[in-house]
Design a protein around this ligand. Structure first.
Ligand SMILES: *Cc1c(COP(=O)(O)O)cnc(C)c1O
Length: 322
């Protein structure tokens, strides 16, 4: 279902998974998750008696060792938002299933840039946004997925009228709709849906495997170009240099200047972003970025560093959105 926001869909699908495992009360997640995923898991926990949240990196070292007989659902990120590293969701899902737990995967940074096959991954639930690699535009709707084998077997608490079995019968109480319809809540942002349709139309006649190869080549080129001057300016690589390990994103680090460097680049028309504590993210969307754009971006980065442009006051004013 294309609907609502990623945050809301996380809330709904985590509840859905927990509703299928009444004897189990634990949510296991990656401590490095995008914050809203963790905040929403905390929200889910606050509504269920005895529910707990265990984080990899805080409550245990490896998620593999944390999935136990009390685990209802494991929330994973297909791709880490800071580093772009692809996680082996298929193997983790197999392990979770062997231990009786369900898996919910976030695809915000995978759908549209690397091949994704939810049937092959065999996950139980999934969510993601459409405003990154899916071209939906700012604030475009997110999506929520429930494997067909679970349809009719879960409930979720945001029981709005569009998730009802017969919304236009205007009945007095909720009767859950069939299949994935049960993940819907209220009226959707129709104008945003239309923009998303146009965004998705750009993918017509494009093979995702071709897209992935080009994304790899673009980001590999950026790595190669930045490598030639990174050490001179204290720039480090946060993403793995090996293109097979990441999506179409390259994250760099700089001890003091991360934020300001990104601002200076934005002023030059190279739009990346900054993520705490020191990460500069550059996303390469293969559908319409050219190799020449990558060349230019690396060149602008070189100039911003070489001339100390990033130290100018105007680039050191911290905005709300980074
Ligand atoms: C972008 C992103 C979100 C966004 O959540 P919204 O509720 O749609 O704002 C959530 N999780 C991850 C991993 C993201 O990358």
């Amino acid at each position: 279902m294309v609907c609502d926001t990623t945050s809301l869909n996380i809330y709904k699908t985590l509840h859905a998974a927990l509703s299928m495992k009444p004897g189990r009360r634990k949510i296991v997640a990656e401590g490095t998750s995008f914050p809203t995923n963790l905040y929403m898991a905390e929200g889910v926990r606050s509504t269920l008696d005895g529910a707990t949240l265990a984080l990899e990196g805080r409550d245990g070292d490896r998620i593999e060792d944390m999935i136990d007989a009390d685990t209802a659902v494991v929330m994973l990120n297909h791709v880490d938002y800071r580093s772009g590293v692809i996680r082996d969701v298929k193997a983790l899902t197999k392990l979770a299933h062997e231990r009786g737990a369900l898996v919910m995967v976030d695809m915000c940074h995978s759908a549209g840039v690397i091949p994704v096959d939810l049937h092959d991954l065999n996950v139980d639930f999934a969510v993601g946004c459409t405003y990154k690699y899916l071209n939906g535009g700012p604030g475009s709707p997110a999506y929520a997925y429930a494997a067909k084998r679970h349809h009719g077997k879960f409930t979720q608490p945001l029981s709005g009228w569009h998730g009802h079995a017969a919304p236009f019968k205007f009945e007095q109480s909720y009767r859950q709709g069939e299949g994935a319809r049960a993940l819907l809540c209220g009226t959707q942002h129709t104008l945003s849906m239309r923009a998303l349709q146009s965004g998705l139309a750009v993918f017509d006649d494009v093979k995702i495997t071709d897209l992935y190869s080009k994304g790899r080549a673009l980001s590999d080129l950026f790595v190669q170009l930045v490598e030639s001057f990174a050490d001179d300016f204290g720039i480090g690589f946060y993403s793995p240099k090996d293109g097979t390990l990441r999506n179409g994103q390259v994250s760099l680090t700089h001890a003091e200047g991360g934020y300001a460097i990104v601002q200076a680049l934005i002023a030059r028309g190279v739009i990346g972003d900054f993520r705490q504590p020191n990460v500069m993210r550059f996303g390469f969307t293969p559908l319409y970025l050219r190799f020449a754009d990558v060349w230019d971006a690396a060149n602008h980065l070189y100039e911003v560093m070489k001339t100390d442009e990033w130290k100018e006051d105007r680039f050191n004013v911290v905005n709300t959105v980074t």
